[in-house]
Design a protein. Structure first.
Length: 209
C-alpha cells in the first residue's frame, strides 16, 4: 500500500530520531530529540493536553505532559509515534493534520546538524505541503501586519496569505516556504520581493504556531 506523505515523513523522522539519539539538538528551541518525540506522542495520544500548543492559557498542561512523556524509555516513545495510533492519523485526516507537522519536525532534526542539505522530496509530498499552506499559512501570518504572498520558484504559482496592497512576496521552493512560515528562518532558503518596509516588518514578525 502506498504510504501517504504524512506517513512517510513520520516514519523517516522516527528513523532519524533513533539514528541521532535522544540528546541530539533540534530547531525547536530548548527541545532535544527526546522532547520533540515526546511532544509528538502527546499530540497523538493526549489531545486534551496537546491543545496547549495553541492556547497559551493551557501551555503548562502541554509542557507538563511533554516533560512526563520524555522520562519514558526513548525507543518506546519513538515506536509509539511510529505506530500512529491516533485519530489524527486516520485516512482523510492524516494528510491535513500531519503532513506539515511531520515535515517541519523532520527538518528540525535534520537541519540542526552541521552538514545538512536540502532533500529532494517526492512530488506527492510537495503537493501535499502546497495544498496545506492556504489554511495554515493564513493563520501563521495573521498578525504579520503587512500583506503577504508566497510564490513557488519552480512553477510560479502564488498564494495570497494576507491581503492588502504592495504585499511582501516570499519566493522559494515549497518546502522552504513552509519552513520560513513555521519560524525556521535561519535555515529556510527563500528570497523576498516587495517594499523594503514591508519586508523588514515580515522579517521581524512573530511567525509560527
Amino acid at each position: 500500500m502506498t504510504r501517504s506523505p504524512a506517513r512517510l515523513e513520520r516514519e523517516q523522522l522516527c528513523d532519524l530520531a533513533l539514528a541521532t539519539g535522544p540528546d541530539a539538538p533540534t530547531l525547536c528551541g530548548e527541545w532535544d530529540v527526546r522532547h520533540l518525540m515526546a511532544h509528538l506522542l502527546v499530540r497523538d495520544r493526549q489531545p486534551h493536553n496537546a491543545v496547549g500548543i495553541f492556547a497559551r492559557a493551557l501551555a503548562a498542561r502541554h509542557d507538563g505532559a511533554v516533560a512526563s512523556t520524555a522520562r519514558r524509555d526513548f525507543r518506546a516513545t519513538v515506536d509509539a509515534v511510529r505506530a500512529a495510533r491516533s485519530p489524527l492519523a486516520l485516512p482523510g485526516v492524516d494528510v491535513l493534520a500531519n503532513t506539515l507537522e511531520y515535515f517541519v519536525h523532520h527538518e528540525d532534526v535534520r537541519r540542526a546538524g552541521p552538514a545538512w542539505e536540502q532533500r529532494r522530496l517526492p512530488r506527492s509530498t510537495v503537493r501535499a505541503l502546497w495544498l496545506a499552506l492556504p489554511v495554515m499559512g493564513r493563520v501563521i501570518v495573521r498578525d504579520a501586519g503587512v500583506p503577504v504572498q508566497v510564490r513557488r520558484s519552480d512553477t510560479g504559482a502564488t498564494l495570497q496569505l494576507r491581503r492588502g496592497e504592495n504585499p511582501v512576496v516570499l519566493v522559494g521552493e515549497v518546502p522552504e516556504l513552509v519552513l520560513y512560515l513555521y519560524g525556521r528562518r535561519d535555515v529556510a532558503r527563500v528570497s523576498f520581493e516587495g517594499p523594503d518596509a514591508h519586508i523588514t516588518a515580515l522579517k521581524a514578525a512573530d511567525l509560527g504556531l
